[in-house]
Unconditional design. Structure first.
Length: 153
């Protein structure tokens, strides 16, 4: 788009269905690269990505040519298909919904550090605690019945 200049930084957070710990260390880097390819093929810029066994954080520079919901649907659909085709995890699916949080340029380094340090962070705080804290910090109203489901053990 000629004469369109934007700077939109968005962090996405979403979980594996029922928060099952299905993202294995053995293939999570491949998943991150696959998602990076999807983000880039949609003309956005991958800034940082990291996942835990039950959820993922994706931080991008987003172009205004696509809606957030369209991008997330594309990522979830394509990665679910890819995980099944590659036989990486039996019964893999993403949970419905996602969080999308926007940041100013000055916050980018802190968000990158936060995403890179997920393993350390989750030694002190659960995913649900982290997610609810983000929703509160961004003053997003939410209903507990629609928050990501508790893990099935």
């Amino acid at each position: 788009m000629a004469n369109t200049y934007t700077q939109i930084h968005v962090q996405f957070v979403f979980a594996v269905k029922y928060r099952k710990a299905l993202i294995a260390n053995e293939w999570k880097d491949r998943l991150h690269k696959y998602i990076t390819g999807i983000v880039q093929s949609n003309h956005h810029k991958m800034i940082c990505i990291n996942s835990m066994p039950d959820h993922i954080h994706i931080f991008i520079g987003m172009r205004p040519t696509q809606s957030i919901s369209s991008l997330i649907q594309n990522i979830k659909t394509e990665t679910s298909k890819w995980i099944k085709e590659e036989k990486l995890s039996k019964g893999f699916a993403w949970q419905e919904g996602y969080g999308a949080f926007s940041y100013s340029r000055s916050h980018v380094p802190n968000v990158i550090r936060y995403i890179q340090n997920q393993e350390e962070h989750h030694k002190k705080e659960t995913f649900l605690e982290e997610y609810q804290k983000q929703l509160k910090a961004f003053e997003i109203e939410y209903d507990l019945q629609y928050i990501f489901k508790e893990p099935i053990l």
